[in-house]
Design a protein around this ligand. Sequence first.
Ligand SMILES: Cc1ncc(COP(=O)(O)O)c(C=O)c1O
Ligand SMILES: N[C@@H](CCOP(=O)(O)O)C(=O)O
Length: 460
Amino acid sequence: MRYISTRGQAPELSFEEAMLTGLASDGGLYVPESIPTLSPGEISDLAGQSYEEVAFRVMKPFIGDTFTDAEFKDIIAKAYATFGHEARAPLVQLGPNHFLLELFHGPTLAFKDFAMQLIGQLFQAALSRSGKRVTIVGATSGDTGSAAIEAFKGLANVDVFILFPDGRVSDVQRRQMTTPPEANVHALAVEGDFDDCQAALKDMFADIAFRDGVKLAAVNSINWARVLAQVVYYFTAAVSLGGPLRPVSFTVPTGNFGDIFAGYVAKRMGLPIEKLVIATNQNDILHRTMVTGAYTKEGVTPSISPSMDIQVSSNFERALFDVYDRDGAAVAQLMDELKAGSFTVSQGAIGRLRDLFASGRASEDDTRATIRDVYAGSGEVLCPHSAVGVKVATENLGQTPMVTLATAHPAKFPDAVFAATGIRPALPERMGDLFERDERFTRVPNDLAALKALVKERIS
Ligand SMILES: Cc1ncc(COP(=O)(O)O)c(C=O)c1O
Ligand SMILES: N[C@@H](CCOP(=O)(O)O)C(=O)O
């Protein structure tokens, strides 16, 4: 399996190279040159298998001969051994035809652990056989950073720098990033919002001398391996609801478009998914784009679902690449226009996007009301991101079972949950002392040169 860039100008890479590289040298994102499919029989055979076995069968065609079957199975087993639920991604029924896919039983209580725990193991295996060292720089609105630090802390061949927007993540998210004592962890509080952090990260990749000098690697969902790991739970959920014989729909709380893009890949692999619904909070650039065809940046307004406070949604580029018939030059042109603030999707391409995705938006009041009503109706306590999903899902219910992705544990956002329900969800016991641990982080200006200098100084 070879990987190509969405902007068409970077070299083709193997799975291992694409994973260790992250962003393509032309600024694009790597995607497989073709999407492998599973037959209906192969999908039926996933029923009753462990999460780990499904993960192996779904991901294997994408990784080629990077690892032997035995090595890859061992990597998967280690990745999910830390999860607090035997099913890894259990389904809970919310209503007659509405299910919640709980993706928050990993070590940092968000769906990011599914991919990050896996790529922590993949990096370790690849780097220990090559003897190479990498510098991971990640941008986070709260969850990617904690999951990355958890997965890479203490590893011999890796330094991990996480840029988070100062004052715009929850206290639990910040403490998950700032309390690990390992010397290879560097939490950086940036004066700015998530888009500033992500732009700085992409600019670091664009500086080839810096990129090669520090051996830069990415663990955001610009890294294909992140998206791939997230494809698996679409299969486990659909199969437990009767797939492939019965189609299933999914609603996905969306920011950087990685999680819903994984659903699109599952569909392309042959999983019968009827609807894929993009659910945005008040920072609704993706919903506006689906409605108007114009992708227009407006400022980010902080919300009670802070992890989705994003305007420049990285993985939308991967979807554009496909609806523009994999024309890298056309995608590069759109991304250039975006630097000036907006681009318009062509008539043909927006039509195709609308065939593939539905969309909706939840205001702050909708989000609070959904947390309150779901708690009163079923006793299920939702985090604000999952509540955005549930609100939009209820507008898209039909005959087909709907699965809403519950992307984080409510205890990561106790203030928003308390305001809506009057209860304060407790952190799992293993994190009970999070607020007693010492914090360690560096405040940095939103200044690329200063960030690069700090990274160089810390790794030297
Ligand atoms: C809790 C939570 N929900 C939803 C999202 C949105 O996921 P994606 O960025 O893959 O669209 C994020 C972060 O990205 C998140 O942290
Ligand atoms: N919500 C994310 C933003 C980064 O998303 P990623 O999936 O591209 O890593 C976060 O929590 O950091």
